[in-house]
Design a protein around this ligand. Structure first.
Ligand SMILES: *Cc1c(COP(=O)(O)O)cnc(C)c1O
Length: 353
């Protein structure tokens, strides 16, 4: 730390991204990326933009936002959408724009929420998950602060029905509810259908998981036009050109190739269900997931030990050094081959526990 760093950030603990190994020999199931390459249509659209990179991109991302609106349906208009440099950037803008009431979120959820709250100088409270790792909606409903909820939640994968989300929205219309739908394409149901009815709802989405564009950095927010204007106020005060030309074009191309996304998501869901049932027979336990990962434990080993054992087998997963999470590893769902290798490895590991 230099002697110039602001006191405001002196005790900041940053988010820790999952490992990106230099050698590609691992089966990489640690950061919830898609095992499939981007759509061919996305690649073609992105390539066309390479020659135009001497020009700044459209700061409004008009074509992309129109395509997103069309893709979402639900009478969503482009004025109700903001594109961002990953949904992480959207969340950063939201934690800053709407910080006055403070925030509440579950104690076990996406690790970035407390970091963004601290950077924004916002107060926040963490509401413990219930013993079965589901969200304590009763306590969230009672909270006066803005609510931030990943649905499906991470790293549990558990999806809460939209009726619970709607109850959060209607209980207190004076607070904002942010639903982070990074994993909604793997079997959950989107809250975007509620946007016409509630002006205190902001939904965030990403192209990083179901659309195979983690490396391009693209996400968006959907919500009431005034909320989007507030986020734009901050965006235009920080980085108007937050989405580059290639990424915006790739996002447009991905949306123009919905059948590819649908096919990939169906494959992930199939592999997830196969993995869950096979490892249950071996004595592993996993939480019911509607995401592209499974939160897995075995009563005879810690998460860290399972992580090391899988690493020895050439498979990279993630464990968390946090109360209640220590027994678990989070395993991203891969393609059919990766799933078969993972099942075989977990079978060998089980023999040695
Ligand atoms: C991956 C993830 C994000 C971030 O996605 P990017 O668009 O890649 O920034 C946001 N929220 C949750 C819960 C995630 O798992």
């Amino acid at each position: 730390m230099s002697r110039f760093l602001s006191d405001a950030y002196a005790s900041l603990v940053p988010y820790e991204p999952g490992e990106q190994p230099k050698k590609q020999t691992f089966i990489k199931l640690n950061t919830n990326e898609s095992p499939f390459p981007p759509s061919q249509k996305a690649i073609e659209e992105g390539e066309k933009e390479l020659r135009r990179l001497f020009l700044y991109p459209d700061p409004e991302c008009t074509a992309l936002r129109e395509k997103i609106a069309e893709n979402l349906g639900c009478f969503i208009r482009k004025e109700e959408i903001l594109a961002g440099n990953g949904s992480d950037e959207i969340l950063f803008l939201a934690f800053n724009a709407f910080k006055d009431r403070g925030f509440v979120f579950p104690d076990i959820t996406y690790g970035f929420y407390p970091v963004y709250a601290r950077v924004a100088g916002a107060s926040y409270r963490e509401i413990p998950l219930l013993p079965d790792f589901s969200v304590d909606f009763k306590r969230l409903r009672e909270a006066k602060e803005n609510v931030v909820l990943a649905n499906p939640n991470a790293p549990t994968g558990i999806f809460a029905p939209l009726t619970e989300v709607e109850a959060l929205l209607s209980e207190r219309s004076d607070r904002l509810v942010i639903i982070d739908e990074a994993y909604v394409d793997f079997g959950g149901e989107s809250a975007v259908s509620l946007i016409g009815k509630y002006d205190n709802l902001l939904v965030t989405r990403t192209f990083s998981k179901s659309r195979s564009l983690a490396g391009a950095r693209l996400g968006f927010a959907v919500g009431n036009e005034e909320l989007i204007r507030d986020l734009n106020l901050l965006k235009y005060s920080v980085n108007p050109y937050n989405v580059n030309r290639v990424t915006a074009a790739m996002g447009w191309g991905a949306l123009a190739d919905e059948s590819y996304t649908k096919k990939n998501c169906a494959a992930i869901v199939k592999n997830r269900e196969k993995l869950a049932s096979e490892i249950a027979e071996m004595g592993y336990f996993s939480l019911p997931s509607k995401a592209n990962f499974l939160f897995v434990r075995h009563e005879k080993a810690s998460g860290e030990r399972l992580y090391r054992a899988l690493r020895n087998e050439g498979i990279l997963v993630r464990y968390f050094d946090k109360e209640r999470l220590r027994p678990f590893v989070r395993i991203t769902i891969g393609d059919e081959d990766a799933t078969a290798e993972l099942i075989a490895a977990l079978r060998r590991i089980r023999e040695e526990l």
